[in-house]
Structures are given as C-alpha cells and as structure tokens.
Design a protein around this ligand. Structure first.
Ligand code: NAD
Length: 295
C-alpha cells in the first residue's frame, strides 16, 4: 500500500481520495477550503497541516485542481518538499502547455510524473469508474496504473507528456460540436412536426448515430436516463463544457490547428452560459435552438 498526498478535495477530489482510502492506501489530503477538509476527514483521510505536509515523505502526490495556474503554483511549492523519485499524478483538466510545463518541472526536481485527466464526472468519481487518459513516460505510467485502479473504470495511456490532456480536449470538442448538431436536428424536427421518437429511431440506428443521440439524447423519452428527462439537471454542466472547449481553442491556436466548428461551439456555449444557463446540463443547448431565452 502507498502513502499518498491528495491536493484539491473538491467535488471530484474528495470522492476519488475516498476510494483510495477504501483500497487501503494511507491518504493525506490538503485543500484551501475548510468544508472540503471536514468532508475528507469523514472519508477517512488524514489532514495535512500545510501544502508541503501533503508531499513530504509520500510515495505519490495527486492533484485535482481547477486550472493550469493552480497546478503550476502547487507544483512550485511542493516539488522541493517531496522525496526524489516521488510519482506526481495530475488529474485536473488543464491546458496542454501547462501540463507539459508541470512535467518539465517535475523532471527537473527528479520526480516521475503523468497527466491523467478524467471523464465520468462526480458520479464516476464516487463509483470508482472514471476513465483516465494518461500522458507521460512508460515507466511513470506503469507506476501510476495500480494507484489509479481503485478510482478507475478504464485507464488509457495516450502517449508522452501532455497526451492525456490532448485526448481529453479533443474528445470533448467532438462532444460539444455533436451535441449542437443533435440539438439542431431535434429543433428542426419539432418545426417539421416529426416526433422525437421517430427521429431517434431513425438517427440512432443510421448514419446520424453518435453518443449525443444514442446515450445522451437531448429530448425527453427516447433515452430515459438522459438529463433532458430531468429538466436538464447536470450531468455535465454548460460551464464545464465551456471550460474544455476554451482549452481546445487555446491548444488549436498555439499549435496552428484549424477548428472552425470548435470555435463556433465555444462561442455558442459562451453565449448560452452568459444567458444564465452555466449550471444547466450541456445538452440543454437545444433550448437555444428552440429560441428560448431563459430556461
Ligand atoms: P472543485 O472546484 O469542486 O474543486 C477544486 C478544489 O481545489 C477546491 O476544493 C479548491 O478549494 C481546491 N483548490 C484550489 N486551489 C488550491 C490550492 N492552491 N491548494 C489546495 N487546494 C486548492 O472542482 P472539481 O469539480 O472537483 O474539478 C476539479 C478538476 O476536475 C477540474 O480541473 C475540472 O475541470 C475537472 N473535472 C471535473 C468534472 C466534474 O464533473 N466536476 C469532470 C471531469 C473533470
């Protein structure tokens, strides 16, 4: 069993760390928010007295933080405190450039590192069924696999440093774009007097099929578990989709990729969020196509 420092105990970090405790690891948590620390204590974590304390003498340090600037700032503070050869796993969703810088800084300090963003949301974090998309050396990945296992449904090694973040934002750019396409098709069907079920029965088994229609259909009825059946309660909120789309556009710009639909999707979700819908499930974007100003 390993000694693990877990930094960032929010909606995702707390249940992930709880699964590591259940698997028998000794987990020491740190967060800036007292409420997160209180919950972590209930989940069986030991509580670090400082950021440094979460890294001193640990086999592994895991971060689950909001953005690249938080990860780089935490790494700056803890890399000198940890023993050489400690494994650093960053599970946050951050920009690819910051992820690569975090790897470089970890290597300079003599550490192993992987970027390992996740999909599966808070439900997957609690159930221990997250998909991890990992980037880093084969050696670092081999060390990380057993640590990630109690939190994971699936673990994919995507390539070298930053490849996990690259896979995550490319996947979510597909999702953001495809959900808009599916929303437009159902909004058009409504104007044409075509029933939701009829469009679903055709498109979900023909060339229009995709996850956004087959598993997460944005109208009530055809897929009973989709958020459309529950007044678009998330699920995966508009603002989290917007964050990932913005990361995709930053990466496209800094690497010269042409992503016109990714750019359009970013603008549309940005507008939809500014209209007061940031906390709604992202499949609620269909309401925009219906011309609804407010949900
Ligand atoms: P959250 O805001 O609930 O948690 C982030 C935590 O980090 C907070 O508790 C905050 O206090 C803490 N924090 C910030 N700066 C810190 C610092 N310097 N030191 C210690 N703690 C610090 O966010 P979340 O929903 O848990 O998401 C975390 C990451 O996971 C994000 O990058 C997000 O994009 C990604 N993610 C979230 C979901 C989801 O459904 N919520 C799904 C997939 C990926």
């Amino acid at each position: 069993m390993a000694t693990i420092g877990f930094i960032g105990l929010g909606n995702m970090g707390n249940p992930m760390a709880a699964n590591l405790v259940k698997a028998g690891h000794v987990v020491t948590g740190f967060d800036l928010a007292q409420a997160s620390l209180d919950l972590a204590k209930e989940n069986g974590l030991e509580i670090a007295v400082s950021l440094a304390d979460a890294a001193v003498g640990k086999d592994v340090v895991i971060t689950m933080l909001p953005a690249g600037q938080h990860v780089l700032s935490v790494y700056k503070d803890v890399l000198d405190e940890a023993d050489r050869g400690t494994l650093f796993i960053d599970c946050s969703t951050i920009d690819v450039d910051s992820a690569r810088t975090a790897h470089e800084n970890a290597k300079l300090a003599g550490m192993y590192s992987i970027d390992a963003p996740v999909s599966g949301g808070v439900g997957g974090a609690s159930a221990g069924t997250l998909t991890f998309m990992a980037g880093g050396s084969e050696e670092a990945f081999e060390k990380a696999k057993d640590i990630l296992e109690p939190m994971a449904g699936r673990i994919v090694h995507c390539g070298e440093d930053g490849a996990g973040q690259s896979a995550k934002i490319c996947n979510n750019m597909i999702l953001g774009i495809s959900m808009i396409g599916v929303g437009e098709a159902f909004a058009l069907a409504e104007k044409l007097g075509l029933s939701h079920q009829a469009l679903f029965d055709v498109a979900s088994t023909s060339s229009g099929q995709c996850w956004s229609i087959n598993t997460y259909c944005p109208v009530p009825g055809p897929v009973p578990t989709s958020p459309a059946n529950n007044d678009f309660k998330p699920g995966f909120a508009v603002d989290l989709m917007l964050k990932d789309l913005k990361l995709s556009q930053e990466a496209a710009q800094s690497n010269g990729a042409i992503t016109p639909l990714g750019a359009q999707a970013t603008q549309l979700y940005s507008l939809f969020s500014a209209m007061g819908n940031g906390g709604m499930d992202f499949s609620g974007i269909i309401e925009f196509m219906r011309g609804k100003k407010e949900h």
